[in-house]
Design a protein around this ligand. Structure first.
Ligand SMILES: *[C@@H]1O[C@H](CO)[C@@H](O)[C@H](O)[C@H]1NC(C)=O
Ligand SMILES: *[C@@H]1O[C@H](CO)[C@@H](O)[C@H](O)[C@H]1NC(C)=O
Ligand SMILES: *[C@@H]1O[C@H](CO)[C@@H](O)[C@H](O)[C@H]1NC(C)=O
Ligand SMILES: *[C@@H]1O[C@H](CO)[C@@H](O)[C@H](O)[C@H]1NC(C)=O
Length: 465
């Protein structure tokens, strides 16, 4: 069941819970190990401090949310300095988990648009890892891609989840920093608890690096209809209207609901909006007319060796790459999806620069996934189920029914409506025309680290989901 990495990733601090394991010298990084163990011990002491979240109905912002959101800002700045090497192994773990979830969803949501944020989903699992103890922590660690280096089940080692969250934040924060006109990225975290549940301050502190804003409120889940309404209204207000209908249903037994809300909007520079509607073939018999755009430039491109698909890589900002994968020669998207590369690096391999005229639909697509459903589909329903030990979140028994990652991706031309350069027409022959007029896959990668932020498919640009 586990995604296994045989090598011990460089820079991953581990803490061995049993002194005996340490004596047996199974961990090479002695120095960092000791300090982390001490840090973790200190945390155990601090963990005693708890607080009870205020009601979602409260009109005033509780002091702890002020504190959290101030710290979030500070931390975003102070991080991202020397975390780079760690990205290289983490990005593979993120990718492997992301594609696994993608395969589950593509079956379940046949024919629909899909959008998954692998980095954020991985971060949600790390958040629960930080709240977990005993077997739950061990299982989550395995799912995240880390295995005990010794393979001895009596010798439990713990990866420093806080460290991983900070590193994930580096992937996302470089996008945030680039807060200029062409790209906007934001991530907000919501935790809703049943009324009266005391939670550990230390747990929330651990989550600080994982989003730009963090809200923690109490909700009476025993009236699920009303609770869903309250939560949807709360999220809609905090997202300034961008995120509607987070929930359609709720289980009244819920005592913790976790939601990450991610938004990426890109205005492609130098792109022009098509004067005529763009024809898009949803299937071989159905054509829809959609707003489209086109951009001409030097992009990286390849067709795979068996000529089933073509890949176009277009930079959409200083920090982000948009990768578009379209079936060619009558192949189906299904076939490509079934054979997603095992490693994220394969997406960007063997691409070479070409002069390209890229024509594609403007997009607003949305995706919402529930980790609990995905874990059930992966035959791991118990992992965060009834028996899960989440004793680092709260001493109360928590029932976690939904762990939501909601993502919204918008792609537009920058609106400049540039007249097409007549010089380009003369030389049309040198431009390869790449036109996305049938269902295709898309992915957003961080430019430098090549970490995958989004993975999705567009089957119908007219529909959000
Ligand atoms: C959860 O794990 C903690 C720490 O190992 C342990 O003290 C506690 O008894 C466990 N709780 C349950 C319900 O198993
Ligand atoms: C949890 O951990 C504690 C101490 O590490 C151990 O005594 C206990 O048996 C564990 N409980 C479970 C349910 O594994
Ligand atoms: C783990 O501990 C148990 C009980 O102490 C022992 O019987 C077993 O052999 C140990 N397993 C390993 C792999 O060392
Ligand atoms: C949590 O559940 C366990 C086992 O079902 C029970 O023994 C314990 O009293 C419960 N704790 C709380 C705080 O409700």
């Amino acid at each position: 069941i586990h995604l296994q990495s045989q090598h011990s990733p460089p820079g991953a601090k581990r803490c061995c819970e049993e002194p005996a394991c340490r004596q047996r010298g199974r961990f090479r990084q002695g120095q960092s190990l000791e300090s982390t163990c001490k840090e973790l011990e200190n945390l155990v002491q601090e963990q005693k401090k708890t607080f009870v979240p205020v009601s979602i109905e409260s009109q005033t912002t509780p002091a702890y949310e002020h504190d959290l959101n101030d710290k979030v800002k500070l931390e975003t700045i102070s991080l991202s300095i020397n975390e780079r090497q760690k990205l290289s192994y983490l990005k593979d773990f993120v990718y492997v988990l992301g594609t696994r979830f993608y395969s589950e969803l593509r079956e379940a949501q046949r024919g629909q648009n899909l959008l998954l944020p692998p980095t954020s989903i991985y971060g949600s699992l790390v958040s629960f890892y930080l709240g977990a103890s005993n077997q739950t922590a061990t299982d989550l660690q395995g799912l995240l891609g880390f295995v005990a280096p010794s393979g001895d089940s009596n010798c439990t080692s713990r990866v420093d989840g806080h460290n991983i969250l900070s590193t994930l934040r580096t992937i996302e924060s470089l996008l945030v920093k680039n807060r200029d006109e062409e790209l906007l990225y934001s991530k907000t975290l919501y935790l809703f608890f049943a009324p009266g549940v005391p939670l550990f301050e230390s747990f929330l502190r651990d989550l600080i690096p994982s989003a730009e804003a963090l809200y923690v409120r109490a909700v009476d889940f025993t009236n699920p209809g009303e609770a869903a309404k309250q939560i949807n209204a709360f999220v809609e207000a905090k997202s300034e209207g961008r995120s509607k209908q987070l929930l359609t249903d709720l289980d009244p037994a819920t005592s913790l609901l976790f939601a990450a809300d991610i938004h990426l909007a890109v205005s492609v520079k130098k792109a022009s909006r098509l004067k005529k509607p763009h024809e898009f073939w949803v299937d071989s018999n159905t054509k829809v007319l959609v707003p489209g755009m086109s951009v001409t430039g030097t992009f990286k491109y390849k067709t795979d060796t068996s000529k089933t698909f073509a890949v176009t890589e277009a930079p959409i900002s200083k920090n982000a790459l948009l990768v578009l994968v379209q079936p060619i020669d009558g192949n189906s998207l299904d076939k490509i999806e079934a054979e997603l590369p095992l490693q994220s690096s394969a997406w960007l391999q063997d691409l070479s620069p070409r002069q390209i005229k890229l024509t594609l639909p403007e997009l607003t697509i949305e995706g919402s996934s529930d980790l609990q459903e995905l874990l059930t589909d992966m035959k791991l329903p118990a992992l965060l189920g009834k028996e899960a030990n989440l004793s680092k979140i709260s001493n109360a028994n928590l029932t976690v029914r939904k762990i939501i990652n909601k993502a919204l991706f918008k792609l537009n031309s920058d609106g400049a409506d540039q007249p097409e350069d007549p010089a380009m027409h003369k030389e049309d022959s040198v431009f390869l025309e790449v036109t996305l007029n049938k269902p295709f896959l898309l992915a957003i990668f961080k430019e430098k680290s090549k970490a995958m932020l989004f993975l999705g498919r567009v089957t119908n640009p007219l529909s959000r989901v």
